[in-house]
Design a protein around this ligand. Structure first.
Ligand code: PEP
Length: 253
């Protein structure tokens, strides 16, 4: 199980300090779940020093598709790795829509992440219109395959998918466990059809996950964790989601 917090463009040095402290202390003994936080770039140094000795992993929310050079404002995979990052969110729907990221750019970013030892967390998901038109399975498996075409070495250790239906992101309207499972099963079948070794690739669910909805999602056979936006800004709520993933109820924590 893997639970990843996406802080988006939130935080300040003061706020982060208390969040990092709480996460490091409360997640110290949760061996069955990997917890990762993806912070804004300016806070990587602070995160590395606060979490470096803890069991909480560090990631970024995006990286450049370029390796190095005259690309003003961009941050490379090598730079993220230099700050101790182990993960990079790639192709989040906010990047796809606000920055017009194409399939080839997203695949290239995933490749750059892999080249520098970062595990790409590749986000896929359908719009409400696509869902209503019965195109969900086609849309998400196409998005996965566009990236895998450029990553022949992808496997369970170095590649993660996050299924994030666009209608559930930041809306408070999470897919139910059963709804999400249907799509996760499609993704799993498509991975298996491509190569046997891809069967164990982790497929996270993202979209308005909260502590109160996490257990229903995590008990589904093809849901291997969560990508959490808004709720990850509340450190205690994020901890509760991680504990749900590790099978520990809040009463036991
Ligand atoms: C996200 O942005 O990846 C996300 C899942 O956000 P939220 O949890 O706020 O819906």
């Amino acid at each position: 199980m893997l639970v990843v917090g996406n802080w988006k463009m939130h935080g300040s040095k003061a706020e982060n300090e208390s969040r990092f402290g709480l996460l490091a202390a409360r997640l110290a003994d949760s061996p069955r779940v990997g917890a990762v936080v993806c912070v804004p770039f300016p806070y990587l140094a602070q995160a590395e020093s606060a979490l470096g000795a803890s069991s909480v992993g560090l990631g970024v929310q995006d990286i450049s598709a370029q390796a190095t050079g005259a690309y003003t404002g961009e941050v490379s995979a090598a730079m993220a790795a230099d700050f101790g990052c182990g993960y990079a969110i790639i192709g989040h729907s906010e990047r796809r829509s606000n920055h017009a990221e194409s399939a080839s750019t997203i695949a290239m970013k995933a490749k750059r992440a892999s080249e520098h030892g970062l595990v790409p967390i590749v986000c896929v998901g359908e719009t409400l219109e696509e869902r209503e038109a019965g195109r969900t399975a086609l849309v998400v498996t196409t998005q996965v395959n566009e990236v895998l075409d450029l990553l022949p070495e992808a496997g369970p250790q170095n590649f993660v998918i996050a299924y994030e239906p666009l209608w559930a992101i930041g809306t408070g309207k999470s897919a139910s466990g059963a709804e999400a499972q249907q799509v996760h099963a499609c993704i799993r079948a498509s991975l298996c059809g491509r190569a046997k070794r891809l069967k164990a690739v982790r497929v996270l669910y993202g979209g308005s996950v909260k502590a109160s909805t996490a257990a229903d999602l995590f008990r589904q056979p093809d849901i291997d964790g969560a990508l959490v936006g808004g709720a990850s800004l509340d450190a205690e709520e994020f901890v509760q989601i991680c504990l749900a993933a590790s099978g520990v109820t809040s009463a036991e924590a």
